[in-house]
Design a protein around this ligand. Structure first.
Ligand SMILES: *Cc1c(COP(=O)(O)O)cnc(C)c1O
Length: 384
């Protein structure tokens, strides 16, 4: 062979029996087959063998299998982010003429997809009160094909009665999807509570260090897996094996991070609840949070993200001033990483409720909690 050909046809020289504790990063688009008769293009790689890198390399499928095991799912798909997970579920369960239900408290871009792409495809996505419980039955129509839950909701933190919603939905043959990002797939057992599809932004707690974007879509059973798989293939939701490798590393420390995050967040939530300038703390483990009793019944713990509302006497400008005075808390979106974050929602509204720019969401990180409380206290003192 000419040296140029040799460069492209190497035979491995190093020993191939290296056993690392870490999952190797397998990069690759093309998959090689032993003979023409076994060439396939099949998204069911876990069962039928590897066919193409688009459906995941062994690094991706290892992450998928571990998320499935953790959540008690039949199978899991890894997708480029939480929003891609939301899109995969919408496209798998809705067609032109379908009706779907999404809580008012859902993640903003989920509602944007409902009002944008879905509406354009003649799919009607109706918003509902997250605290509706069994009364969701009254909103289910002949053509309802999907009910979304997100518990607790984004920013306003309403804890949903998922089992009651599931019962009403299944009685009418409707599938229920849960955005289980808050619970990291572990603090709320989606499948034990009857959900059909559970998704997470792995960007948050599994990644855990604000340095990657990934999502997961977990199927309860073969039926859900069969609905999701072809759409996953058609949408081409490829992910980077390097990001999957970081997520696999994140899983190793998920338990210790969640333990400290829960403790720190609770301490700060309780401190805020006693503060004279704070009207309400929206932390699921506090009775002041809507749906707190359901949280006590259904969840095994709380995590790092919660909101609070300033007293009416505090103006929206003062709240912005408070955010700008914070030193340790950084101003930023997303959550689930190691740093504490704060952000005000100046225009947030829910039906019959205008928060007047006084609702602030915090993500608590791994800093020493006393330092975080001092930071909040100094910013509050400067505000008034
Ligand atoms: C962040 C988030 C998402 C979207 O995740 P990305 O990975 O940022 O696309 C979806 N749902 C919830 C509840 C989130 O907080």
């Amino acid at each position: 062979m000419d040296w140029r050909t040799k460069l492209l046809n190497p035979s491995p020289k190093a020993r191939q029996d290296y056993r690392s504790l870490a999952t190797p990063v397998y990069r690759g688009s093309t998959v090689l087959f032993n003979e023409q008769s076994v060439v396939t293009d099949d998204w069911r790689q876990a069962e039928h063998g590897y066919s193409y890198g688009l459906y995941g390399t062994p690094t991706t499928l290892e992450l998928a299998a571990r998320i499935a095991e953790l959540e008690g799912a039949s199978e899991t798909f890894i997708v480029p982010g939480g929003q891609a997970a939301i899109a995969l579920i919408y496209f798998s369960y809705c067609q032109a003429g379908s009706h779907a239900l999404v809580p008012h408290s859902a993640y903003g871009p989920n509602k944007a997809m409902a009002e944008g792409i879905m509406r354009g495809l003649n799919i009607e996505v109706e918003a509902y009160d997250p605290l509706i419980g069994a009364e969701i039955d009254g909103l289910i129509r002949e053509n309802t094909s999907l009910i979304w839950c997100e518990s607790p909701g984004s920013v306003t933190m309403e804890v949903q009665d998922v089992p009651a919603i599931v019962q009403a939905a299944h009685a009418r043959g409707v599938a229920v999807a849960l955005d289980n990002t808050y619970a990291a797939g572990v603090m709320f057992d989606a499948f034990a509570h009857g959900v059909d599809i559970s998704m997470q932004a792995l960007t948050k707690y599994v990644g855990g260090h604000s340095d990657l974007l990934l999502g997961s879509v977990s199927a309860r059973d073969e039926h859900a897996y069969d609905k999701l798989g072809p759409i996953y293939q058609q949408l081409g939701l490829a992910v980077s094996p390097d990001d999957c490798s970081l997520a696999l590393r994140g899983l190793q420390t998920l338990a210790v991070r969640l333990e400290v995050l829960e403790r720190n967040a609770l301490e700060i939530a309780n401190w805020l609840a006693d503060h004279p300038q704070v009207a309400q703390v929206l932390h699921p483990a506090l009775p002041s949070c809507p749906g707190h009793a359901v949280w006590t019944r259904d969840f095994s713990g709380s995590t790092s993200v919660f909101s609070f509302i300033f007293e009416d006497a505090i103006s929206a400008d003062h709240v912005v001033g408070f955010i700008n005075q914070l030193k340790i808390f950084k101003i930023g979106m997303s959550w689930g990483g190691v740093n504490s974050l704060a952000v005000v929602y100046p225009d947030l509204q829910r039906p019959h409720h205008d928060y007047g720019g006084r609702i602030v969401r915090l993500n608590i990180g791994l800093e020493k909690v006393e330092d975080l409380i001092c930071d909040l206290a100094q910013a509050m003192a400067k505000m008034s």
